[in-house]
Ligand binder design. Structure first.
Ligand code: SF4
Length: 118
């Protein structure tokens, strides 16, 4: 089976062609122009991961943008977004404040991407 992907690691967006066997084991990767693209193809076809970006509510009202500081398994994205929506952030939180440590046991933290108060 052949799977075609666009590499999302950098803006170049190389078109990748991944050959998989019947057990979804990667046999070959073509189209990448660097090792990061090959690693992306392997991960995407075996255990896809994503950075989650969202907004979290502030205790005084309003929201603050947040993101995971690393990739988490794609199947946990919805649960992560739900947790973020239920996490009220202090109004004095500054950029980079950890609002959820080790989210869902992934070893990745959810952090603010700007100061809570502008
Ligand atoms: S394969 Fe390398 S150069 Fe191409 S998009 Fe992916 S990271 Fe960028």
């Amino acid at each position: 089976m052949i799977r075609e992907l666009t590499c999302i690691v950098c803006p170049k967006g190389c078109q990748l062609r991944v050959e998989l066997d019947d057990n979804k084991k990667v046999l070959s990767v073509e189209g990448h122009t660097c090792k990061r693209g090959e690693a992306y193809a392997l991960t995407e076809c075996t255990a896809p991961k994503r950075v989650v970006t969202s907004t979290a509510p502030l205790k005084s009202g309003g929201v603050v943008p947040v993101k995971t500081n690393g990739s988490i398994p794609k199947e946990l994205m919805f649960e992560c977004a739900k947790l973020i929506a239920q996490t009220y952030v202090d109004d004095d939180a500054t950029i980079g404040t950890v609002i959820i440590a080790d989210v869902l046991g992934t070893g990745v933290d959810v952090v603010t991407t700007r100061n809570a108060k502008l």
